[in-house]
Design a protein around this ligand. Structure first.
Ligand SMILES: Cc1ncc(COP(=O)(O)O)c(C=O)c1O
Length: 388
């Protein structure tokens, strides 16, 4: 215990020395002048002693950035081959003002979580699926990408290096954010000559301020999130800022998020700003089909499988917004939101309400998914990877 604390302290000293003083995000560590006294504070054993935890108020985690000790970076050579990935202290990164990602939005992101088991080990949930999705996205955005093995290895390294930031069981998760971006300089409109793969991490709690309370969604029939032939089906960074106005409008009117319709006919449900949507009627669970405008969520795919295993009929198809009238339940899925019940959807000033609560189907699906992710339910599907 004493030895591990000493090791952590020396790692932290290392990170303090290396951390850029100008780093805003990393400024918490940049006690360059009187590091020794500040270090004592940072290294105080937490109430969860018996294991080393960062000094965090684990009972009040939200979904905001809390910088952790390390990030992982790997750059591509000119031929697009990724090699020599490494961990370094979390901090700002340097790039040319003419980097492809800054000028033309050539970038992708992913999101995956590390869960702490009761025995202290860490579980990862389907990181191979994030790796595959990043590969597909990279092809769409004309970028080289790390191999599946490189991606998974990088996620493991990031989780382990930041292990003290993985919240205690039941308190939250360590959210990891893999990025792939054109960091080489380019002036004319074209793919960048060099790429960086980076993963940083932050402990998180609930994504929506509602916590476990049901979401209230507002159907957006002005702004579109994606269109046929566009990049809505991949996790391109450029898909997100264009919906900020719709989100702002929905939140400004007291709703949790905006729900988008297909851009061509404004008729069928697509998804919310950062999660997929499901509609339940009797024994039938429906979700919009992924046809290039909807992100194929890993949680979505997992829930489809869990629901089928539980005896529900699941259809991936067009769902007209009018079908919400008469639906029993609606819920959203995503790595960040997990399985979030929807209490109401407002469309053209008409509010439609759905069943929520302990007896709901969405609660049952949530419990099974989270049970597998946290190691409480046996993983018979090979979805989790245990590391320590
Ligand atoms: C637009 C969008 N849809 C759906 C999802 C859910 O995907 P996943 O379950 O893989 O997190 C996300 C989050 O990644 C998203 O950004």
């Amino acid at each position: 215990m004493i030895q591990r604390a000493a090791l952590l302290r020396s790692r932290l000293v290392q990170s303090l020395q290396l951390c850029p003083v100008s780093s805003q995000l990393g400024s918490r560590y940049c006690y360059t002048s009187n590091a020794a006294s500040s270090l004592q504070q940072v290294q105080e054993p937490s109430i969860y002693s018996g294991d080393e935890y960062a000094d965090v108020d684990w009972d009040n985690l939200g979904f905001g950035l809390m910088p952790t000790d390390y990030m992982y970076t790997m750059t591509s050579s000119k031929d697009g081959h990724f090699a020599k990935g490494q961990l370094s202290p979390f901090g700002d990164i340097k790039m040319s003002p003419s980097a492809g990602v800054l000028n033309y939005g050539q970038g992708l992101f992913e999101g995956t979580k590390a869960y702490r088991k009761e025995n202290g080990n860490i579980l990862l949930f389907r990181p191979d699926q994030n790796a595959i999705r990043m590969k597909i996205g990279a092809e769409r955005m004309c970028m080289p990408s790390p191999s599946i093995d490189q991606f998974i290895d990088a996620v493991k390294q990031t989780a382990l290096a930041n292990k003290r930031w993985v919240p205690p069981p039941g308190k939250g998760t360590l959210y990891m954010r893999p990025l792939l971006m054109g960091t080489g300089p380019i002036l004319g409109v074209a793919p960048a000559p060099e790429y960086t793969f980076l993963i940083y991490a932050s402990p998180v709690g609930n994504y929506f301020k509602e916590g476990f309370a049901p979401l209230n969604l507002l159907v957006e029939d002005d702004y579109a999130r994606a269109s046929r032939g566009g990049a809505g089906g991949v996790k391109a960074i450029s898909n997100y800022a264009p919906v900020f106005n719709a989100m702002k409008r929905a939140k400004g009117r007291g709703y949790s998020d905006a729900l988008y319709l297909d851009s061509a006919n404004k008729k069928n449900l697509e998804e919310a700003s950062s999660c997929n949507i499901f509609v339940i009627k009797g024994n039938l669970i429906s979700t919009p089909a992924t046809n290039g405008t909807i992100l194929p969520g890993i949680t979505r795919r997992s829930i489809i499988e869990i629901a089928r295993d539980s005896g529900y009929k699941v259809e991936e198809r067009d769902i007209p917004v009018d079908e919400l009238v008469g639906a029993d339940e609606v819920f959203c899925t995503g790595t960040a939101v997990v399985v979030a019940p929807v209490g109401s959807i407002t469309y053209k000033d008409k509010r439609i309400e759905f069943k929520v609560g302990a007896q709901s189907v969405s609660r049952q699906l949530y419990s099974t998914l989270v049970g597998i992710q946290m190691g409480h339910i046996e993983d018979t599907k090979g979805w989790t990877i245990e590391i320590n």
